[in-house]
Design a protein around this ligand. Structure first.
Ligand SMILES: O=C(O)CCC(=O)C(=O)O
Ligand SMILES: [Fe+2]
Length: 279
């Protein structure tokens, strides 16, 4: 198994992309409409923000989950005991955002949401009839004007050598949401677990965009689309001294959207956050 990068503008891109999602849980697109210069600027200006003391003025609020999450409170993946080596900032359009970073990040949020909506349309159009029949509404409508969709700006700091034994940048996990849209980060490290249990590198050419299935789409499709485990491994050699910035957009449906006979988006999210001990 290999992850092929698919040209967004090729005539058969939608079919190929959905096939890749079905086979691997991941799809990688080149030649897409997201502004690369904007992504590059965001990487640079947020890297500077994470180096600054100003980040502490935006400490996250447990009730709303927007703002800055320092490494000391950073996530422990489900089933793990050691914290990930990362800090991050949660962006919601209604949430707190540093003034000087607001315009670019909200422009990106809008662009990535527009692409995500189109890609959800591709998923629906290329789902077998019996799978599409399970969707309680058109997939793009599930996320339309959603206030729950979360953009996470992640900073994985350079390695110091003092990391906790066994800690990695992001331990193996699955995403909770419908789909995740993520521009290739400024450094490699992202891997996806293949069906045979081996870890594959996700292509990390700057300018590609990576999409993966989350648990909510797996639930809504009756398991047809797999939410695959992925992780971010630690850098080796000279790369140890480098920060890694990444920018996943987690698409969350409106809370009342019915995912399956068992769950709405809201009941599903609450169950998962309770398991994680976040609420
Ligand atoms: O940093 C990355 O490349 C992936 C991050 C990720 O998987 C996550 O935050 O859920
Ligand atoms: Fe993830």
């Amino acid at each position: 198994m290999k992850l092929e990068t698919i040209d967004y503008r090729a005539p058969d891109s939608a079919a190929k992309f959905v096939e890749s999602l079905r086979e691997t849980g991941f799809g990688v697109l080149s030649n897409h409409p997201i502004d690369k210069a904007l992504v590059e600027n965001i990487y640079q200006e947020w890297h500077a923000f994470f180096q600054s003391e100003a980040k502490h003025d935006f400490l996250f609020k447990p009730e709303t989950q927007d703002g800055f999450f320092p490494a000391s409170v950073s996530e422990t993946a489900k089933g793990n005991t050691v914290k990930d080596i990362k800090e991050y900032f949660h962006i919601y359009p209604w949430g707190r955002i540093p003034d000087s970073l607001r315009e670019n990040i909200l422009t990106y949020y809008a662009q990535a949401n527009a692409l995500a909506s189109e890609l959800l349309g591709w998923v629906e159009a290329h789902s077998p009839a019996e799978v599409a029949a399970r969707f309680s509404m058109a997939l793009p409508d599930m996320i339309k004007d959603s206030q729950q969709t979360l953009l996470r700006v992640l900073h994985y700091p350079p390695m110091t050598g003092d990391e906790e034994l066994g800690a990695i940048r992001a331990a193996a996990h699955e995403d909770i949401n419908l789909l995740t849209v993520l521009p290739a980060a400024n450094e490699p490290g992202l891997q996806v677990k293949a069906k045979d249990g081996t870890w594959l590198d996700v292509p990390s050419d700057f300018g590609s965009i990576i999409i993966n299935i989350g648990d909510m789409l797996q639930e809504a499709s009756g398991g047809y689309f797999p939410s695959t485990s992925h992780r971010v491994i630690n850098p080796e050699g000279t790369d140890k001294t480098k920060s890694r910035i990444s920018l996943p957009l987690f698409l969350h449906p409106n809370p009342s959207v019915v995912l399956s006979e068992r769950y709405t988006a809201d009941s599903y999210l609450k169950e998962r956050l309770r398991e994680l001990g976040v609420i």
